[in-house]
Design a protein around this ligand. Structure first.
Ligand code: IMP
Ligand code: MG
Length: 173
């Protein structure tokens, strides 16, 4: 198995992440934010993003899974939940990629049950063609074609998350 040419290079990703953080900072100016990262995939995007957010941020995470190898199972499992009390607070959900939308929708509904003051979503990547559940993404990085990608937090079978760029994953025979 191998990883092809970068689809999105490190510089391009970093510029976009900064742009997203600036938009978020503008929209939440004068307020505070609980940023919830959806692990594992969002860890790299999350840590780069929050460094550029200039309103007070509380960090928290939720660990979820829905994928086996390159196929979505359609079933979302929560392995660890958030620890912050988010009722009446501004929440930013941070996701790596929205594919069918099932994972994000499930987590978004779960967060809404805890009555945040305001909930916004940021996702670095959007595979729109694959959408099954329509879910709002207030701060979107890049729209990408329907190809399986790895790197910058995204994995194939647990690997390639450490790459600083994003590549289309190719399986060699
Ligand atoms: P969804 O529930 O189908 O939207 O899937 C979303 C989750 O599947 C994301 O949070 C990713 O962790 C994972 N995922 C979706 N597409 C890809 C991909 O191309 N590469 C790696 N992981 C992916
Ligand atoms: Mg994810």
């Amino acid at each position: 198995m191998l990883v092809g040419k970068p689809l999105l290079g490190e510089k391009e990703i970093q510029a976009k992440v900064k742009e997203l953080a600036e938009a978020i900072s503008r929209d939440f100016a004068g307020e505070e934010l609980v940023a919830i990262g959806i692990l594992k995939g969002a860890f790299m995007f999350y840590s780069d993003l929050i460094r550029h957010i200039d309103v007070p941020v509380t960090v928290d995470f939720i660990i979820a899974s829905s994928y086996l190898k390159t196929e979505s199972t359609g079933e979302v499992r929560i392995h660890a939940d958030i620890r912050e009390d988010i009722s009446g607070k501004n929440v930013l959900l941070v996701e790596d990629i929205v594919d069918t939308g099932i994972t994000l929708n499930h987590i978004r509904e779960r967060i809404l049950q805890r009555a945040p003051a305001r909930l916004a979503v940021t996702a670095l990547l959007d595979k729109r063609e694959r959408r099954i559940v329509d879910v709002p993404i207030e701060y979107k990085g890049f729209e990408i074609p329907d190809r399986y990608v790895v790197g910058y937090g995204l994995d194939f079978d647990g690997k390639f998350r450490n790459l600083p760029y994003i590549s289309i994953f190719k399986r060699s025979e």
